[in-house]
Design a protein around this ligand. Sequence first.
Ligand SMILES: O=C(O)CCC(=O)C(=O)O
Length: 274
Amino acid sequence: MTYLSSNQLKQYEDQGYISPIEVLSSSEALEARKEIELIEKKMPNEIDNAGRYNVHLISPKLDSIVHNSKILDPVESIIGKNILVCSTTLFIKNPNEQGFVSYHQDAKYIGLEPHNWVTAWVALTDSNENNGCLKIWPKSHLNIKDHNEKFNEGNLLTRGQTVENVPEDKVKFIELKAGQMSLHHPRVVHGSGINKSDDRRIGFVIQSYIGTNVKQILGKNSVQVARGEDKYNYHEILNRTNSLMSEENILLRKKENNSLQEIFYKGAKKKGSY
Ligand SMILES: O=C(O)CCC(=O)C(=O)O
């Protein structure tokens, strides 16, 4: 059992995040990376840009990370014992690419209400200042802030959603070793810079773990039950996969990703490339 201590929980509540937490061995992280790279090889162009979502539906290794009790115990400390998984995202930054993530709050555009949810950012490679690790503005989770939609080149967010005037001197670099994770609050302002290293930076982001009382108000999300019982029945329940890239799950993932795109672009002035 690896529940959060009362000090850790207090840090999460005060600062809007907690990090680092050990969840995988370095070899488990490497195996997951290899499975992602195998999928990339077999299905070129399928898991980048708009396709980087929900790879756990076709990858047993990512599925087992999503349902790993070393992640679910601390998540339970935050959102309670009935836990659903509502989509995942691979944030991959290749060397020599200009990918970055503008400062934003997930709760501003994800449509999950109330905010009884938490995002787990699992490092499958080391993630540090040099390769563009997550950056968090502590204590920024107390209210929702205005965002501009910039659709700027290299921005890995669908619409380039941006909170302006973030005080850089207060921002923390969330450096992780492969196999560690951070947990962040739905309203905490975060982003990341470009990868200046000569290896990939891979974050597997469970976005998010939601309490069973959480609704999707902008569209439809199907979910998996990660722990406990769903007495609310707000969402369609998906099965877990134990086979790599099965035809059936490839189709299911396409359907789920189409629903996600509808949510992400709801009310947008135009469509970005992600
Ligand atoms: O991985 C990144 O660089 C940003 C991730 C992010 O925005 C998120 O996890 O919500």
